[in-house]
Design a protein around this ligand. Structure first.
Ligand code: ZN
Length: 478
């Protein structure tokens, strides 16, 4: 078992203080602050890392993202979700196993460099599960891979007429075979993989599931004891669709037995306050994706209301082709600043500590590791990040959470450990060959371009026609 002592400004319950942390195997086993105790810990370690010029923080946790989309940077994202989705589904259909592996490792390199040690990959490509799980194992990161489940297309829910060519490419009802899905899901759960890679159920969204799919959701969750991750109330249109159930979609989810503490929901912008309270009562956690929500014009999460309802709120970066960078420093800053448009009511403003908690211990709760991850304390899993506090961009009068959150960035991340193993040391990724991962991504992107070819033009041509049909949702009674 390897033993490592790290001396730095360590994040504790009361903020940053000079200290030494002992890591044995994949756990933090001791934290010391007095010079004598720090010396004792250093003498117990095979290796001592003197990082006095760094902050040591728990690894950041990105609780909502779609791993495949890392290859889709720079594609269309100047339109609302319901139109944007036509593009991403089109590109998604062109993936093969090599593209999936390349996307995941490219995103892993970006995340490691940004101090992210854990994340949820909400994956629409269940048929490429083996490639995805193998890439996640290779990445060194802590990952919950959540397999999509749905049997109703958004275009059916919105009663949209798509041109046949586009319907075939991007909008068709997904084929669904419950027995086949259950068998495959059992295989993913049983698959040989490291402890840090877990499988979750990832229903696309509750309204995109029929009662039969809801039954499968409940059944597989209970049979395998897995967590569940889903989209919920991301856009105004989804809120209009949710209102079709007699007491609303969340009440229906409660009736269907879909709400429990293993469920996390992404977005939740358009939930009503009573719906937030229902989710909180069942221990459901919320993934807030501020960059993606702004980019797609989905809205701004009422964060104060969500927290007041008792929801545990964590942070996500969503798709690379919506939210942009897989950068939780950016997400923390947005989460901290967006509620401040309220003006003078500053008592409700989240502070740096609040958003840092969202990116660490609340993220751990979403990963199902509420008590084992997200803090620097004895017994916690060793997911740790060293961030320079003596760089031109970070040197601060006060070594505080505010300094870290407002001035930290991927550029300041020096070294990253997940599950007790180094993924990056002194800015060199050691978990896998980063240059080879980038080369593989270059090749995969060329393949995607070739396979999507003229179809992108067909989607673009259909957009005005589809946008026209969406106009009726601008009425609150649609
Ligand atoms: Zn999403």
């Amino acid at each position: 078992m390897t033993t490592t002592a790290i001396t730095a400004h360590v994040l504790g319950e009361a903020g940053f203080a000079e200290g030494t942390v002992l890591v044995e195997g994949n756990r933090i086993t001791a934290v010391a602050s007095s010079p004598v105790d720090q010396g004792a810990l250093r003498s117990r370690a095979a290796e001592h890392i003197d990082a006095a010029g760094c902050w040591l923080i728990p690894g950041l946790i990105d609780v909502h993202a779609h791993g495949y989309a890392t290859l889709l940077r720079g594609t269309e994202n100047s339109m609302p979700l319901e139109l944007w989705a036509l593009y991403t589904v089109l590109y998604g259909g062109a993936y093969d196993a090599a593209a999936m592996r390349a996307a995941i490792l490219l995103g892993a390199a970006e995340r490691i460099r940004a101090g992210i040690t854990g994340w949820i990959d909400h994956s629409p490509m269940v048929h490429l599960a083996e490639a995805a799980l193998a890439a996640h194992a290779e990445s060194g990161l802590r990952v919950c891979w959540a397999a999509f489940l749905h049997d109703i297309s958004d275009y059916t829910l919105m009663d949209l007429k798509l041109p046949p060519a586009v319907a075939r490419l991007a909008g068709g009802t997904p084929p669904f075979d419950a027995d086949r899905y259950a068998q495959r899901f059992g295989e993913f759960v049983q698959a040989d993989k490291p402890d840090r890679v877990a499988v979750m159920l990832g229903p696309n969204a509750p309204q995109r599931c029929s009662p039969a799919a809801w039954a499968l959701w409940r059944g597989l969750r209970d049979r395998h004891g897995v967590g569940v991750h889903t989209h919920l109330m991301e856009t105004r249109i989804q809120a209009a669709i949710g209102a079709r159930w007699p007491d609303g979609l969340v009440a229906e989810m409660e009736r269907q037995g879909l709400l429990d503490s293993g469920l996390s929901v992404a977005h939740g912008i358009w939930l009503t306050q009573p719906e937030r309270a229902v989710l909180a009562r069942h221990g459901v956690t919320l993934a807030h994706n501020p960059a993606s929500n702004l980019m797609l014009g989905s809205g701004i999460l009422p964060l104060a209301e969500s927290r007041a309802a008792g929801l545990t709120v964590a942070l996500g970066t969503d798709s690379a082709n919506t939210g942009g960078r897989h950068d939780l420093f950016e997400a923390m800053r947005l989460a901290m600043m967006l509620p401040r448009v309220s003006g003078l009511a500053y008592a409700d403003w989240p502070n740096a500590r609040d958003v840092l908690d969202m990116a660490t211990r609340h993220g751990a709760a979403v990963l199902g590791r509420r008590d084992a991850l997200g803090r620097i304390a004895p017994g916690q899993l060793a997911d740790l990040v060293l961030v320079r506090r003596d760089a031109a961009s970070t040197l601060a009068l006060a070594s505080t959470e505010a300094a870290l959150v407002q001035h930290g960035s991927p550029d300041a991340v020096v070294s990253v450990m997940a599950d007790g193993s180094w993924l990056m040391r002194d800015r060199r990724i050691v978990a896998f060959d980063e240059a080879a991962a980038i080369s593989a991504a270059v090749e995969a992107i060329a393949g995607l371009k070739e396979r999507t070819g003229t179809a992108v033009g067909a989607v673009a041509a259909a957009i005005p026609h589809v946008a026209e049909q969406l106009r009726r949702f601008q009425s609150p009674h649609a």
